[in-house]
Design a protein around this ligand. Structure first.
Ligand code: SAH
Length: 410
């Protein structure tokens, strides 16, 4: 058996059940483990610590499959892990046709993301997504050597646990190159996905472009936050900045907003956003779509004296890594400053960061600084994050990437 022995005292993080081992913690590798092969991890004194996947090209050299010495890593292991993840979602996630079934480390499958979309085939938009469930589509991202090596077993387990035969791969992510893997997309099982499928969340329909949309096609992680916007939008003037295919905009329209102005620099995303207004039968007059740079547009809206009752700021990841934190902090401050200036008294700001390198504390400081510069008192009504289908492993704080604040200015 391939065995990796750690340097003295480097076993501590594994004993705390953190699932990664960095290259610099390793003393020696015995055997010739291939890319993604399973190895036994031992402490310096020879004690068993874990079974893990070997990633010879990555600084994250090992990703743990199991801390249980009696648990072999085989087809049955992946079947159990996938079934457990699916059962968790069945128990906790409701009213949606778009669910994250597998969230990497938190589901014991490091480097794997799987989203499940169910097409909405009802004419009736009341009730939950279950009644009019049509064709399903699974969309996967394999982002580490270990899950890549077990792809076939994982796909079989997914089809078995969900009963959904259609699996599409969106492993077109640059992080694969650090693992020594090429980017790839394509059908893994069943039929090719349609150009766009229509799913439903909280009673609102959304087009999802599985093949070429961002990530797996839709920001499933913002479901609960879209529901909050929907709940508070009635009669309000709403601004949604970085709207992509209009997730928060549609939620606001569904919640009875008076007017929704949305900004994004992607024409393709805005085309789907407009189609989303139509597929819901909403009044297109209430929605205005600006194909423009958000930084500049926010400033001109301020200068023009535009004001809103509810503003959403959900930008792309400004800090992809630690070295970008300072520049990213300035960018977050800039948009939040405009966001505060654009709010009427009593107005609500939903503001997010999906940069893992910026933690919740720093994000709150940046937002507080923006409120001070805008000369408003801002009260945090709620701290926000991803939904229950994106659990956070207690031993793995790195898993928390999406953080948000709901603020009210007084
Ligand atoms: N809020 C969205 C997800 C946002 S993803 C949702 O809930 O679905 C980030 C979006 O920001 C992308 O659609 C991208 O096109 C857009 N974007 C990136 N840089 C931008 C810029 N400078 N100005 C406007 N939009 C930008």
């Amino acid at each position: 058996m391939n065995t990796v022995t750690l340097k003295p005292s480097k076993e501590k993080s594994l004993l705390r059940r953190h699932p990664w081992v960095y290259a610099n913690a390793i003393e020696r590798v015995e055997g010739k483990p291939a890319l993604g092969a399973t190895v036994i991890v031992r402490a310096h004194d020879g004690r068993f610590l874990a079974r893990a996947a070997y990633s010879p090209h990555s600084q994250i050299r090992l990703r743990v499959w199991s801390f249980d010495e009696a648990e072999p890593i085989d087809h049955a292991f992946f079947k159990r892990r996938v079934q457990r993840a699916v059962a968790h979602r069945q128990a906790f996630v409701r009213d949606t046709g778009a669910v994250r079934l597998i969230f990497g480390e938190a589901d014991g499958l490091p480097g794997l993301i799987v989203d499940h979309y169910v097409e909405d085939v009802t004419g009736d938009l009341s009730g939950d997504a279950g009644g009019g469930a049509g064709r399903g589509q699974l969309v996967c991202q394999f982002m580490a050597a270990g899950v890549e090596a077990w792809k076939e077993a994982i796909v079989a387990a997914l089809v078995g646990a969900t009963g959904c035969p259609h699996v599409y791969e969106r492993s077109d992510v640059s992080i694969r190159e650090k693992e020594g893997l090429q980017q790839t997309t394509g059908v893994l099982a069943g039929d090719a996905p349609p150009d766009t499928l229509v799913t439903r969340e909280n009673g609102v329909r959304y087009h999802v472009d599985v093949r070429s949309g961002h990530k797996t096609g839709f920001y499933v992680d913002q479901r609960d936050n879209r529901a909050l916007v929907q709940a508070y939008a009635a009669g309000r003037d709403v601004l949604n900045c970085f709207c992509y295919t209009g997730g928060f905009s549609l939620a606001a329209l569904g919640g009875g907003a008076r007017r929704v102005v949305s900004i994004d620099s992607s024409g393709e995303a805005l085309a789907l956003a407009r189609a989303n207004v139509e597929v819901n039968g909403f009044d297109a007059e209430r929605a205005q779509w600006l194909d423009a740079d958000a930084f500049r547009t926010l400033r001109s809206l301020v200068d023009e004296g535009e004001r809103f009752d509810l503003v959403v700021l959900d930008p792309p990841k400004f800090a992809p890594a630690r070295e970008h934190v300072d520049r990213a902090a300035r960018a977050y401050k800039d948009i939040n400053l405009s966001g505060f200036k654009l709010l009427r008294p009593g107005g609500l700001l939903f503001t997010y960061s999906c940069s893992g390198a910026i933690d919740a504390e720093l994000f709150q400081k940046i937002v507080a600084g923006a409120a001070a510069d805008a000369r408003v008192d801002a009260r945090i009504l709620k701290r926000l994050g991803a939904g229950l289908d994106h659990p956070l492993l207690a031993a793995f704080p790195e898993g928390e990437y999406l953080k948000g604040l709901l603020l009210q200015i007084v």
